[in-house]
Design a protein around this ligand. Sequence first.
Ligand SMILES: Nc1ncnc2c1ncn2[C@@H]1O[C@H](COP(=O)(O)OP(=O)(O)OP(=O)(O)O)[C@@H](O)[C@H]1O
Ligand SMILES: [Mg+2]
Length: 566
Amino acid sequence: MNRDSDEVELERARSREAALEVTFGLKVKVKALKDVDAELNGTRLRAGTLVEATLQDRIVFHNDSELDLLDLRRRARALGGRFQLKASKSEYLVSNNPSLLEADDILLSPGTAGDVLLKIFCDYDKRIGTLEVLEADRPIMVGETNVRTTSPLKDGDTIRIDVGQFLKCNFSERIIEEERNIIRTLEVSEVTHHFSSGDIGLEGISFNVVRGELVCVMGASGSGKSTLLKVLAGQLEPTSGQVLLNNQQLYPNLDQLKRYISYIPQEDAFDEHLTIGENLQFAAAIRSPHLSRRDRSRRLEGKLVELGLSERRDAVVGTAVKKTLSGGERKRLNIGLDMIGSADVYLFDEPTSGLSSKDSEHVIEIIRSMAHNKIIIVTIHQPSSKLFQMFHKAILLDKGGRLVFFGTPTEMLRYFAEAEHQHQFGADLGACAACGTTRPEFIFDVLETPLRDLSGDIIYEENNRGQLVPARRYAPEFWRDKYEAFRLIQDVKQVSLRKEPVAPLPSAPLQRKKRVPFRWHDEWTQLRTLLKRAFISKLRNRGNLVITIGVAPVLAFLIASLLRYS
Ligand SMILES: Nc1ncnc2c1ncn2[C@@H]1O[C@H](COP(=O)(O)OP(=O)(O)OP(=O)(O)O)[C@@H](O)[C@H]1O
Ligand SMILES: [Mg+2]
């Protein structure tokens, strides 16, 4: 807990600015890390003082302001908890009811509704555990499985307690983390972007994504996929329309909201002269400077295993030409650099481009494993059918940044099969050859159906670069209008099915807008890391080293010879 002159700021991890360390269990332990001008239960909080209190107690500051411990716990719980498991204790009860727990058990956030009582058995050596559901009035899930009685657990497994509330098991580090995500919805409303050159990047795009959804953005090259991702990432303000997170507009609140978004661009972000381990280590220090060195190295170990790179941790990355890593390993490292931080919304631009189908599946599998309570949007030029089915929803863009479909992969295939049937036979879909298709290529075949002359030959036209390309039977505007009509019909159907209007979801609390204090320690960690990374990288780059060292004597020799003989 940090206290500056007018406000109390909470952090999950201890930092150098921290003034008090507050541990919430059945009792509240308050430890002063520095001298604080305050009292708790009549004891002055001098550096090193430890006071045990209850949730009803208050810290009274000498300027007469007070800090309610119950209120403090509520605020701390909104950040999620981190429970360090003891080597001597292998059974933990988990509940939101403190009267059912003993000291050191896991007390869930107060926001947890109903009754939950779980038991977790831990085997730290084998890095596994068992979950036993003793009492729960809602489904408790491990991964995709609903657990009624018991379920085995392994490192990295997540136990879903409620919507947006998870326990992440890490037996090797003896940690169970409670995750509570803040961002629940991403809404894109009528977003249009015109570049300064006059080119249209996006045109009137609208869709909604909720927490837990993994969404694919597909479309031909130049259809605006990367532009859409930059708009969502807060990097390119749209000409008109809105991007909303939890019903709050992104661009007017960018300072406050951008910390929840992680954007992973198409280009590789790693340093080619460093090893995989060093790249991830530096990324962790830059993205999470507030974590202690030990916490960062723990996170690094976990991430290396998750990315399937632990055996290659000491391999130098190497250039794209002089390869020491496979294409899949390079991509996994690239996405890992950002996953080592923690955000609620992840935007990946073409994470599978140039990879074999097996490597692509591995990359999407890694991304999917973290999608359980996040919003994840991935652009893929044209996914394979297996990849396509791994997504919950898909967005299809056509030339000029037009949205021509948004829905589940199955809905999209069905929509285009129907469109194809209508065009061919002028009738609604009955049974047809393409209806059972799972190939996303089929969607592009329909979208880009070529225009043919009377003899059946394809008609070619010149594009804006002067190349001859097959003319399309249906322009992007046709597909956009068709989709808007389809969506309208869907909306009307849904409204007529509803008996009474559905109340909108209450938006999750976002942190109050406040002055962000300047953190010397974090800034210094980041600067030191960047300097160290640049230094090691320059030292390992032989060509660069030879030039740097050799250039001065060669120049001196040339100038000296010039002066001597002139
Ligand atoms: N800064 C810019 N100024 C003008 N036009 C741009 C700019 N950036 C992109 N464009 C154009 O906008 C269109 C969409 O570009 P974008 O990069 O979003 O396409 P994409 O779908 O990501 O393509 P790819 O699959 O090749 O990555 C393209 O026609 C591109 O030439
Ligand atoms: Mg792109």
